[in-house]
Design a protein around this ligand. Sequence first.
Ligand code: ASP
Length: 324
Amino acid sequence: MKRLLLIAAAVTAFAAQAQSFPGTKPITIVVPFAAGGPTDRVARDLAEAMRKPLGGATIVIENVAGAGGTIAGNKVAKANPDGHTLFLHHIGMATSPILYRKLPYSVPNDFTYLGMVNDVPMTLIGRPSLPAANYKELSAWINDNKGKINLGNAGLGAASHLCGLMFQNALKIDMTTVPYKGTAPAITDLIGGQIDLLCDQTTNTTAQIEGKKVKAFAVTTAKRLSTPALKDLPTLQESGLKGFEVTIWHGLYAPKGVPADVASKINAALKVALKDPDFIKKQEGLGAVVVSDKRVDPVEHKKFVADEIAKWDPVIKAAGVYAD
Ligand code: ASP
């Protein structure tokens, strides 16, 4: 009898929680990299667009940077699944289970998938003092400076890490990689000339390219981009790196166990946010493409991540990079 009463109380508490979601406490979107970088940019724009469809809720961003996004992943996986802790992550969600031998959480099992957000191209950029004006000249400079080149990234599991890895593999040249807590601090050092090269999302690089603060050499997508500041950049494929293609995607997650009606409220708010003309305009201005409704579906989202793990597994294993 006592057990039945306890179960009934728990069910009532759960129902009340769903009804009152979002409650009075703020919703936190955990960002796995430093403030001011591309993942942070997407999360802040998204928070603004989701506020209204979530009934005016307060949405704050918490930057939990380090270890290529896996410190944040672990924190979110173990957080209270009440819908007030969300996680905005990119392709690293799919590459970290391959890269980290002892990832302390399971990507397929420890999260509630809430839907995808956008696709973002990357750009290969260099320090402003680098003596190369285009990819051809960069390629010659790289050949002349083998063993002396520094390539920044946001840690093992970051998009910049994956892109840098593919770049070194394609050239068959090893560079010294310099890990940061995000590409915001990496780009500051690139501008300052402390590192030579960086591969980063257009959501972080477009303004820097436009302002001529960095040198831009190529885009990582199969086709050239239409964003005004980026449209003259060649693709790495047309620059001679056969089959080079990487596009970064973002998805929204919560810890596993979020009540179904809370999850569907968040998913509905995400769908509204992704149709917000302001959000779309901001993303397009930074070279990003907001996903269609189909990809905001949590089942599609989970399947997409599983497919990406399968896609990147042989590429990363062939490169032989691992972390314990
Ligand atoms: N763009 C970074 C990456 O390499 C992360 C960031 O700072 O948002 O994954």
